[in-house]
Design a protein around this ligand. Sequence first.
Ligand code: 6PG
Length: 244
Amino acid sequence: MIRDVRIFKDQGEMSEAAAGFVAGAVESVVAERGRCSLALSGGLTPKGTYGLLAQRYGGKIPWPSLDLFWSDERCVPPWDRHSNFRMAREALLDHVPIPSDRIHRIQGLRPPGIAASAYEETLREHFGPASQHTFDLVLLGLGGDGHTASLFPGSPALHEVSRWVVAAEAPPGTSPPWRVTLTLVALNAARQALFLVSGEDKAQVARAVLSEDGASSGLPAARVRPGERLLWFLDRSAASMLET
Ligand code: 6PG
C-alpha cells in the first residue's frame, strides 16, 4: 500500500484538490473497468468537495457508471439535519445526473441492526458475496478522538472480522447515538481511501494517526489500510503538528 500525504493552504484548496482527485479516479476506473464504486464520507469536511464535484465536474464524471455508497450513516431519517445522506444530497446528488438506482443509501430510519444487515446485503450483492474487494475509492473523515466513519475508539465494531457493515453506538453524549458503519474489513478491502481533514482542532489527532508510531496507536483511523493507496489531504491548520 502506498501512503500519500498532501498538505494544502486552506480548506478551500484542499476541497479543490479532493474534487479533482475524486473526479479523476472515477473517470480512470470507469475507463478501465466500465464502472466505479465510491463511498462518500459523512461529517462536514467533505461538503465543499461534494459541491465542487457538482459545479466543476458535473458534466465530466460518467455518473450513470458510478455507484455511490456511504462509509457510515447516522440512524436518523434522510431529511434529518444530522443525516449524511441529506448533506450529500443537498451538496451533490440534487445537482448531477446520477440515476437513482446508482445511489445506495443506508436506511437510517430502520432499527440499526436491521439497517446494517440490509446494507451488508446490498454490498454483498453489488461486489459479489465472496469478493475480496469492495470500493474503488472510499472517502473518510477524522474525528477529534481518532474515529473514522462511525468506528469509535474502544468500539466492539473495531473487532469485527467478517462483516462489512455493523451497527455502532457513538460515545456517550454524542448525538445521534446510533450509527451504521462500514467495518475495517470493508474499508481495508477497498482499493483506495482518501481522508479529508481540516482545521486546527484536528492537528493533534492527525499527528497521532500519521506519526511513525501511528499504526500502534490503535486509533481507528490509523487502522485503515486499503489495498492500493491511502491518501491524506489536510489543510495547513490540521497538518500544523505533523512531524516534517
Ligand atoms: C460522521 C463521519 C465521521 C466524520 C468525522 C469528521 O458520520 O460524522 O463519518 O467519521 O467524518 O467525525 O467530521 P467533520 O468532517 O464534521 O469534522
